[in-house]
Design a protein around this ligand. Structure first.
Ligand code: SDX
Length: 428
């Protein structure tokens, strides 16, 4: 691989450094471009061809359908690790030993209470509020109750902020759901594991013991692992660029929650279920909806299909599809929506429109079917995505800050009016 790339513009030649990553990805380093060419920049709407950073956290190969966290294959992690181990791996770079995992879990439990005044913010929301809007607000509000977590300039400050948010975020997740269901806002049980505690906080009825179902615990643990990080996706890039201004960790995460809400991103898991329900209500005619997805004049898209990076199967979708069969079978849940989803997938994988555009099921296509079987309301699906993505966002934010990356500030190509004189109102 050559060490430089030559750019010729206005009869001038410029040598730009070429860098090669550990997985042989190649990038042209354009950080000196504007200076050396006296003002020329690149343009790349949606950053489809532009790297924003160097990162050692997650590797994707979209053509081969590969996903690895810190070098470990997602298939192995989903099968052999638990969510807290994966969170530690993503954030600190190595799988924890027994002592490290024990300390991490203890430190997180120490911070699994949220200031009671935060309940006043939850109370102020209407029951109709979408949980993602509530979650983003509560995450941002946590800064006010934990001011020491704003200026994380030392590793110690950063660690304390990290275990704080890992302890408190699941409480906020539970409270967003309990608000919608009219249930009292209470706390979990530190004698339980991380994921078990999440389920108890979400589902415990005030007047009865909550019985944990190991099938549900394992399914949620696996789903959270599969959602934990995904390199520079829309919400992670939002977390990084927000943190690059030296805004605190919690508000950077709140920005990530907001970005994830969009139906083209994490909001797709809710949109998939709504789409499948609409197909079922319409008599199950998947061909009609396939035609709508292919019609350029119809804004309808096949939600849960397609991906900016994966031009092959999303490896997470494969694991989740298998888990959906297992979980629904183990729970004895018959869900016709799963059959509609499988029918839609089969048709799309045989349809030239989807095949030519390399549109495959992504992480969001089957996840909602499992969440629903677990009794999670559809408006909470993206909140569950955020809970899974939390350690990835934290890891990426920490890497950005440890690498002392500059504030993110893209340029633009101006296409508006050139200079023109002010017009008095009588002349407009
Ligand atoms: C996530 O980036 C990540 O890593 C995200 C994520 C993560 O873990 O963080 O993986 C999570 O966000 C998964 C994606 C969830 N979103 C959806 O399922 C929404 C439906 N999918 C699409 O909107 C779309 O596929 C995107 C947004 C996911 C990707 O869009 P791109 O890469 O910008 O591709 P594009 O819009 O340029 O589409 C290319 C072509 C277009 O047709 P042509 O103009 O070439 O004729 O494919 C078509 C699109 O119209 N197309 C679809 C389609 N997705 C793309 N047509 C119908 N249905 C779809 N779902």
């Amino acid at each position: 691989m050559s060490k430089t790339a030559t750019l010729e513009i206005n009869n001038e030649k410029y040598e730009l450094p070429v860098m090669v990553g550990t997985e042989n990805e190649v990038a042209i380093d354009i950080s000196s471009l504007r200076t050396s060419t006296k003002g020329v920049i690149t343009l790349d709407p949606g950053y489809k061809n532009t790297g924003s950073c160097e990162s050692a956290i997650t590797f994707l190969d979209g053509e081969k359908g590969i996903l690895r966290y810190r070098g470990y294959a997602i298939e192995e992690l989903a099968d052999k690790a638990d969510f807290l181990e994966v969170a530690y791996l993503l954030i600190f770079g190595e799988l924890p030993n027994t002592e490290q995992l024990g300390k991490f879990q203890t430190d997180i439990k120490k911070h699994s209470v949220v200031d009671d005044d935060v309940k006043k913010i939850v109370d102020a929301f209407p029951k109709s509020a979408h949980p993602m809007g509530v979650l983003s607000s509560l995450t941002s509000a946590l800064t006010a109750f934990n001011p020491s977590s704003v200026n994380v300039n030392s590793e110690e400050d950063m660690y304390n902020a990290i275990v704080r948010i890992l302890g408190k975020f699941p409480v906020l997740v539970a409270w967003t759901m309990r608000k919608k269901m009219g249930l009292p806002l209470d706390y979990g049980d530190n004698s339980l594991g991380y994921v078990e505690n999440v389920l108890k906080m979400m589902f415990k009825q005030p007047n009865e013991e909550y019985k944990l179902n190991p099938i549900v615990v394992n399914a949620l643990d696996k789903l959270l692992i599969l959602h934990a990080d995904h390199e520079q996706n829309c919400s992670t890039s939002t977390v990084r660029i927000t943190g690059s201004s030296h805004a605190g960790l919690f508000v950077s995460l709140a920005a990530g929650v907001s970005a994830l809400w969009g139906p083209l991103h994490g909001g797709a898991n809710q949109a998939v279920l709504e789409m499948l329900e609409a197909i079922k209500a319409d008599g199950g005619d998947t061909k009609k909806f396939m035609a709508k997805a292919k019609d350029k004049d119809d804004p309808f898209r096949l939600m849960g299909f397609g991906h900016r990076v994966y031009k092959n199967f999303d490896p997470r979708a494969k694991i989740i599809k298998k888990a959906a069969d297992e979980v629904l079978g183990d729970l004895g849940v018959e869900d016709p929506i799963l059959d509609i989803a499988k029918g839609l997938e089969k048709e799309a994988l045989e349809d030239t429109y989807f095949v030519d555009r390399k549109l495959y099921p992504n992480v969001d296509f089957y996840s909602g079917i499992i969440y629903r079987a677990m009794g999670i309301p559809v408006e909470m699906f993206t909140v569950m995505f955020a809970l899974g993505r939390l350690p990835g966002w934290i890891a990426q934010w920490r890497e950005m800050r440890l690498n002392k990356e500059p504030i993110g500030r893209p340029r633009q190509i101006y296409t508006g009016y050139t200079l023109r004189p002010f017009k008095t109102i009588d002349k407009r």
